[in-house]
Design a protein around this ligand. Structure first.
Ligand code: MRU
Length: 376
């Protein structure tokens, strides 16, 4: 997508030195646009952990490139053991987005057939590139399917703008291109379907206010940033036609873990009979889990993210101010789980389905065996 009218992906291999992987530093947006170079698996781990890169699909693809970077530094003799060690290490960078574990496990399996470190290293780059392109294709397909939903509502509204509410950043920054929740918006905008997006600011890190709003403004899409607690009011007053959010991990039964606060929006949407869609690639579906609330690991982050607010200071520099007194205890859960019953439908790369096991498996029949093997 566009940054100052130039097309970017969120991750790419350096054009002059293929041993360097480049990413956009999302901690600095929207105030500064900086590219960071990753040289080692440890760099990839740190970029995921400190949220230089974030968003489930991008975390997964960064993990895949992390495996590649790890193989550059591995020894010819012990590369197989080292590969398994840094695979586990990379997987531990963040716990909730399942894409990280899924893509790293896929990499490890694909590389297990290689007979030398050098062959594994070449193959790792090929596979990481393939996974990246696959995520782009999946996001675009999600965009096409989701756009049909927006088009239908637009027709019913006699082409008045369709108001879409979204939470956090499930945009191209969170993926490689297009985004998941934002892909239908970009597709609708390209087809000149009038839309307007309500962007939840998404405390404490403000991914909505800082990232989604920036993305949409780069593409020229009409939008308004709202405080997190405004969505219910807007819904009660007929100002939201549908919600579209992303997912960090969706169970085989359709429970959805996404950025903290998503569940409250789903409840408000349910109460107001507003469709609540979750847009996600299959790399965010955990076919080994059935009960999202009981089973999905929820990341707890540093309480400084709640105590301090980061932004642009009057002198133009990025800075922080403390907003909570030093004695009050604080907690910082990164995600919550929206039970399937509040999800109108899932928008995936293979089509739209109800958030239940049967309908999900009808779209992904090859996963039936996996589910049964975990149920037994
Ligand atoms: O903590 P973050 O910024 O990584 O959380 C991101 C989200 O919650 C996104 O909605 C989710 O990863 C889906 S991204 C397409």
């Amino acid at each position: 997508m566009q940054v100052n009218a130039k097309n970017y992906h969120t991750i790419w291999v350096h054009s002059e030195n293929k041993q360097i992987v480049r990413v956009i530093d999302q901690r600095k947006l929207p105030f500064e646009f900086e590219v960071v170079d990753l040289y080692t698996a440890a760099d990839a781990f740190e970029a995921i952990r400190n949220m230089t890169v974030r968003g489930a699909p991008l975390i997964g693809v960064t993990g895949a490139y992390g495996i590649y970077l790890g193989l550059i530094g591995a020894t010819d003799l012990n590369w197989r053991t080292e590969l398994l060690t840094f695979a586990e290490y990379l997987k531990s960078a963040r716990p909730t987005a399942v894409n990280l574990a899924i893509l790293i496990d896929e990499m490890v399996e694909l590389l297990s057939v290689c007979s030398s470190r050098e062959l594994a290293y070449d193959r790792a780059l090929e596979e990481a590139d393939r996974m990246k392109l696959r995520e782009i294709a999946w996001s675009e397909a999600i965009g096409d399917f989701g756009c049909e939903l927006i088009a239908e509502i637009s027709k019913r509204k006699d082409d008045k703008p369709v108001n879409i509410l979204t939470h956090c950043n499930a945009g191209w920054l969170a993926c490689i291109d297009w985004g998941t929740a934002t892909a239908p918006m970009y597709k609708a905008f390209q087809k000149q379907i009038p839309i307007h997006v309500w962007v939840d600011e998404t405390r404490p890190r403000n991914q909505g206010a800082r990232l989604t709003a920036w993305e949409l403004s780069q593409e020229g899409i009409p939008h308004t940033v709202i405080p997190d607690n405004a969505g219910g009011h807007l819904m009660q007053h007929g100002l939201v036609d549908l919600c579209i959010v992303g997912s960090d991990r969706t169970t085989s039964t359709g429970d959805v873990a996404n950025k903290i606060g998503t569940y409250l929006k789903a409840l408000a949407a349910y109460d107001n009979k507003i469709p609540f869609y979750v847009a996600l690639p299959s790399s965010s579906i955990d076919f080994t889990m059935k009960d999202g609330i009981k089973e999905i690991p929820i990341e707890q982050r540093d309480t400084d993210e709640v105590c301090w607010m980061e932004g642009q200071l009057e002198n133009g520099k990025i800075g922080k101010v403390r907003i909570i007194n030093e004695k009050s205890p604080v907690t910082n859960f990164g995600f919550d789980v929206t039970p399937a019953k509040y999800v109108t439908a899932l928008i995936t790369e293979r089509g739209i389905c109800k958030a239940n096991e049967e309908d999900i498996l009808n779209l992904f029949p090859e996963m039936r065996g996996k589910i049964n093997s975990y149920t037994d």
